[in-house]
Design a protein around this ligand. Sequence first.
Ligand code: F6P
Length: 552
Amino acid sequence: MNAASRTKLNQTPEWTALAKHREELGAPQLRELFARQPERGTAYTLRVGDLHLDYSKHLVTDETLRLLRELAAATGVAELRDAMFRGEKINTTEDRAVLHTALRAPRDAVVEVDGENVVPAVHAVLDKMASFADQVRSGQWTGHTGKPVKNIVNIGIGGSDLGPAMAYEVLRSFTDRDLTLRFVSNVDGADLHEAVRDLDPAETLFVIASKTFTTIETITNATSARDWLLTELKAGQDAVAKHFVALSTNAEEVEEFGIDTANMFEFWDWVGGRYSFDSAIGLSLMVAIGPDRFREMLDGFHLVDEHFRTAPAEENAPLLLGLLGIWYGNFFDAQSHAVLPYSHYLSKFTAYLQQLDMESNGKSVDREGDRVEWQTGPVVWGTPGTNGQHAYYQLIHQGTKLIPADFIGFAAPVHDLLPGLIAQHDLLMANFFAQTQALAFGKTPEEVRAEGVPEELVPHKTFRGNHPTTTILADKLTPSVLGQLIALYEHKVFVQGAVWNIDSFDQWGVELGKVLAKKIEPLLTGDGGADAGQLDSSTAALVDAYRTLRGR
Ligand code: F6P
């Protein structure tokens, strides 16, 4: 679709039709929707690879879904999707292709950027990663003193940290337990301090992950790590080659830092940071789980890529999830979206999705640079169940806000747990099913009264219900299933950005804070003669208070 000739989203007939439909629906009740359509629990389901998706507990009718699909068709979601898969430069503000899907394409696939097939280069890097991972895992890769590597410290931030750190937690039961893997991201020196204080530097390898290799937090931590290593080993610069590898698109900066580019694992500017963990950025994870498991994960991603690319609109899971989010965000004024995994291994999954979703769709101007007149990306939040049930679920059940939620659960633990613990899985999953049931159907005042509850407590014990949820159920949380889940969310975010007509692949909003921090730092240290007079009165007073506390 030609962006310039595009009708503003809220002026399209499809948007107007949805607004009218929303008005006509009034306050749709899930109890009524299920009563009217008893087979809803099986009819409103989809299967993608290993993922079973139940969307029956949503405030939608067949008509709602039809109108939402029409909105997607009118806003050119499929055309933009195809352009993305073809390698067109759909990230217009950075003039870049968006091709994370090429990272998991099979060896014989052809994906062209500027007329060049990028798949051979993708697989060449994967092969180099696999060979390195095998060397570390087998003890062949030795440090400066000849000792094999036992510890890996991944230094990166944002997309160069959240993906591998999350996936390492998810796939912990597949990891080589002889290796210690830690992730350092925060420029707060405490992060690196805690990561290395009990490690033997002779057995430690630092993986410096940074697409640009200019991110101040990462370069600062990497420099401190190098100082620590060389000091502890009483070694010269030549020790760096055995203890540092880089994951980056920027060979020049890697070399400048002192890392041999032979120890650099490359990726490309058509891989966005938050879409990069299945690129070289996944190296630490690959070392932990081995190349074969890593490939299984990539195949899981690819399966959902193909589904998204080819499935008809009625059966297209990322399209459906994207449109449901639009339904609540734009027509019910929902401000946030909860992702609630019932798996301890998914403890960092929602944090990963926060960057994926909020950095992608946290935009307020459209592709033409005009301020949007509709809501865009939601606040994404959540932690694993059942813990959240004892913390914030109260607000979801009985608060005043509408919070659509995704519940993600598994039929069985991925590996045998310690004897006795396997039985706990049924309890976990009983909670999983109970919560979506309670959220959807609640408890009426009549039901509360029938239990003999005194009248003055009836309003307090009533559950309004009608809280929409999607349930995603799979057999086990394998590497492939993890890949499938992530690709599902990546494409969901894509769909929403396409409908809202925003560039989901840039992130200019993170720049201002970086620039200001650079100006403020010399004011804190007193170096460089920076002028405190440039600051607003609040920031100036805070800086002053800080300096006093630091005795400066
Ligand atoms: O500041 C935001 C950001 O640019 C993210 O988009 C990115 O994932 C992160 O910083 C890290 O960037 P890099 O990999 O270049 O160090």
